[in-house]
Ligand binder design. Structure first.
Ligand code: B12
Ligand code: SF4
Ligand code: SF4
Length: 360
């Protein structure tokens, strides 16, 4: 028997090692490289995690080695130096941690990247104010965090004492970069992660673990000569292929900016009042989008049918009811009405609906 060859039965020392180390999940015996693969548990553990992630409804689960993001460091630095984060001051914090997961989790060895589809079966009517599809249902932070915790608990039950943390947009982690490294897709010219045969309407989350796993490799970039997203962006926020100037993006103005929306972008928002999906809607890869199967992401039934005048007459009460658990609460009622006012004033071509003087 193989075990007996390394741990002769009547050795006291061996018995001690058996108890202390052998049953520890991270234990890799110090043997000759030619024999080591027999004890390499990384493939088995990786498989277990991927299988459970699929059961939990994630559309992809991939692994990368926790390491310093050398290629991204100068890009992030230049993005920040050009003030492309605008008033998103949190983006300038924790520069070192954002580039190295080992500074977030002691002894981190692997980053497990997970994708969760949010593409809705039914969309809002076209002739009214629009909110991004990602915000139709319940706030993804809570929905995904629950799933991540379930996955992490499962790992600890099945594999043993594994240290780590779960992340969904909740800490300085470069979600897209890790997902790209794990083979989930490529980062397109609109700077979103795109998965072949799926598109880009999904969230990204990760587990950073002190467990050795089998890394997946990145895939190729399939943008080719296409520039549809750059051509369609109404505020020229895609300042160069693969670079989004966050401070010029409609998503920033309508969700992140706390001040008044500046005059120079008046008339450029179309009918977007919370986020913007334009550079994803025009992306040819999103023709492959299929509706999600996540009940928590189903919209409040009233949301899909709100007309322009319903939006304009929105009260705090209706807002609280429709967006009770939604990410739209991030702007609050005051923020959303600021956006409605801005768009209603500058976009008269919203159909024949009368826009109330209250908002204009
Ligand atoms: C800040 C932020 C924003 C900001 C800034 C956007 C941005 N592109 O950074 C604003 C508010 C504008 C925003 C908008 C949106 N966001 Co956002 N956002 C984030 C956040 C918190 C950080 C992103 C980040 O690190 N930016 C910093 C810059 C430096 O990174 P970057 O854009 O990836 O820049 C890379 C490129 O510029 C590239 N690069 C630079 N030069 C060069 C040169 C070459 C040759 C190459 C190849 C690359 C390259 O390198 C940089 C570093 O990797 C992430 C969550 C997270 N923790 O990661 C979500 C996240 C990126 N957002 C997300 C979403 C869904 C959106 C919106 C679609 C929401 C909406 N509908 O309104 C829009 C999309 C806008 C867009 N086209 O990017 C998802 C993306 C999912 C996906 N499929 O990719 C994320 C991952 C949230 C999540 N956990 O799911 N977002
Ligand atoms: S989300 Fe809208 S504003 Fe932002 S980069 Fe894409 S198209 Fe431009
Ligand atoms: S629209 Fe074209 S260039 Fe832009 S992300 Fe999609 S494939 Fe790439």
């Amino acid at each position: 028997m193989l075990f007996q060859a390394y741990f002769p039965k009547n050795s006291l020392k061996t018995e001690k090692i058996r108890h202390l180390k052998f049953f520890s999940p991270n234990f890799v015996p110090e043997v000759q490289p030619s024999i080591r693969p027999m004890f390499n548990l990384a493939p088995k553990h990786t498989q277990l995690i991927k299988q459970k992630a699929q059961e939990l409804g994630f559309l992809y689960c991939g692994v990368s080695k926790a390491d310093f993001l050398e290629e991204e460091a100068p890009r992030l630095e230049s993005w920040l130096n050009q003030n492309m984060h605008g008033q998103m001051h949190y983006m300038a914090n924790h520069f070192d941690k954002r580039l190295d997961p080992r500074l977030l989790v002691d002894g981190a060895k692997s980053v497990v990247s997970l994708l969760l589809n949010y593409y809705p079966e039914e969309k809002q009517r076209d002739d009214t104010f629009q909110i991004s599809k990602y915000a139709y249902g319940q706030d993804y932070h809570f929905v995904i965090k629950d799933k991540l915790k379930t996955l992490f608990n499962y790992i600890q039950e099945e594999i043993g004492e594994v240290g780590g943390r779960v992340f969904v947009d909740s800490a300085p982690v470069m979600d897209k970069v890790w997902a790209k490294k794990s083979g989930a897709g490529w980062v397109g010219k609109n700077s979103n992660l795109i998965r072949p045969g799926v598109g880009s309407f999904f969230f990204i989350a990760e587990l950073i673990l002190d467990l050795e796993l089998e890394p997946d490799g990145p895939i190729k970039d399939y943008c080719g000569t296409c520039t549809k997203c750059m051509d369609a962006c109404p505020t020229d926020a895609i300042s160069a292929p693969y670079v989004v100037d966050g401070s010029k993006c409609i998503s920033y103005f309508t969700i992140e900016l706390k001040d008044q929306i500046p005059q120079e972008v008046e008339g450029k928002f179309g009918n977007w009042v919370f986020g913007c999906d334009i550079c994803q809607d025009v992306c040819p890869w999103n023709r492959f989008s299929k509706p999600h199967q996540e009940p928590a992401f189903h919209p409040h039934p009233e949301l899909l049918h709100l007309s322009t005048s319903d939006w304009v007459e929105l009260t705090q009460e209706v807002f609280s009811d429709i967006f009770r658990k939604s990410a739209v609460k991030r702007t609050g009622f005051a923020g959303l009405t600021r956006n409605l006012r801005f768009v209603a004033r500058e976009t008269p071509a919203l159909g024949d609906h009368h826009v109330s003087e209250d908002l204009v």
